[in-house]
Design a protein around this ligand. Structure first.
Ligand SMILES: Nc1nc2c(ncn2[C@@H]2O[C@H](COP(=O)(O)OP(=O)(O)O)[C@@H](O)[C@H]2O)c(=O)[nH]1
Ligand SMILES: [Mg+2]
Ligand SMILES: [Zn+2]
Length: 312
């Protein structure tokens, strides 16, 4: 029996990377069920599997190792079954630009909430710092302060000028990283800058083209020449769907989570309840107004159009 990492899949064939770096084409035989998940694909990119090698050099997958985590997308068709986009992700790297294009804090905070729900750590990478004028630079400083105080790691880079790229290599080394962010923020440019062997297409047209075309999303893993993997998820900006109950939302804002034990009511939703420690922190300037505003906005989101349609 061989053991390896699924780095690519077409639905019927799986490319499995062995620890020595060689890749085997594998398939599954018969029914392959995974407890508790009704998915259209039994095996996803990021899965560790055991397989037998056949005489022709291809493999037959016999077992899948327990997943530490996975991200999922609900099928658009009637089957209502989910598609597992990728599994065993060590971290998500959210690429943010202040300008060209602008990334809103609403987008950032929704992304962070999903990541918290999936228990995937996030690093925030502010790209295109070469473009910033004085006003945008001020916004950058403010955002970095906010997110650092919450506890997120932040990085400032220019993928184009290669400023700050060494720190990103360090961040990615020996880890499986999901790189996300709006189209045009420089994801492909940054990945190419950390590993010159990867020659991903850059420029917005290719991705706009992607979006309309892909109904099923097959993620792909790229091996980094200094160790580690990048997970590429064509056509999704973030995480796919994650079901979050309104009353649980506060748990996914680390700074709210830290305060809510001090609210008067233990079922406090931090909306307008009396003696709410969260609201008090906002009033005292200890909790950034913008984070709280985004908490309220996510809380008020129409239930039917949760994360599914928005693609976080
Ligand atoms: N000025 C500047 N432009 C950048 C930077 N990074 C990427 N770009 C440009 O932004 C555009 C979109 O980049 P791309 O990597 O395709 O973005 P993606 O859609 O997130 O993969 C391209 O024209 C890049 O050359 C940067 O740090 N500074
Ligand atoms: Mg790209
Ligand atoms: Zn409260």
């Amino acid at each position: 029996m061989e053991k390896g990492l699924v780095i690519r899949s077409t639905g019927s064939w799986y490319e499995v990377r062995l620890t020595d770096g060689t890749v085997s084409q594998c398939r599954i035989q018969g029914k392959f069920r995974i407890q508790g998940i009704k998915s259209t694909n039994p095996i996803a990119v990021g899965d560790w599997v055991d397989f037998n090698k056949e005489e022709d050099g291809t493999g037959v997958i016999r077992a899948i190792h327990d997943r530490r985590n996975y991200i999922i997308r609900k099928s658009v068709n009637l089957s209502k079954r989910s598609h597992i986009i990728a599994s065993n992700i060590d971290q998500a790297i959210l690429i943010i630009t202040i300008d060209s294009p602008r990334t809103s804090t609403g987008f950032i905070d929704r992304f962070l909430v999903s990541a918290e729900a999936y228990r995937i750590p996030v690093a925030l990478v502010f790209n295109k710092i070469d473009l910033l004028d004085v006003k945008s630079k001020e916004q950058l400083v403010k955002l970095i302060k906010t997110y650092r105080e919450v506890g997120y790691e932040t990085y400032e880079v220019s993928a184009l000028n290669r400023t700050g790229v060494a720190a990103i290599k360090n961040l990615m080394k020996d880890k499986v990283s999901l790189v996300s962010g709006h189209s045009g923020v420089g994801k492909s440019t940054l990945i190419n800058a950390v590993d010159v062997n990867l020659e991903l297409k850059t420029g917005e047209i290719s991705e706009a083209h992607y979006k309309g075309k892909h109904t099923t999303t097959f993620a792909e893993m790229f091996e980094l020449n200094f160790g580690g993997f990048i997970v590429d998820t064509p056509g999704i900006k973030g995480f796919g769907i994650v079901d979050i109950e309104k009353k649980e939302l506060g748990h996914y804002f680390p700074e709210i989570r830290a305060l809510m034990g001090d609210c008067k009511f233990n079922n406090c939703q931090h909306l307008k309840e009396p003696k709410c420690a969260v609201i008090q922190a906002v009033e005292n300037g200890k909790l950034p107004v913008e984070r709280y505003t985004n908490y309220l906005a996510i809380y008020e989101d129409n239930e039917e159009e949760t994360y599914r349609d928005k693609g976080y």
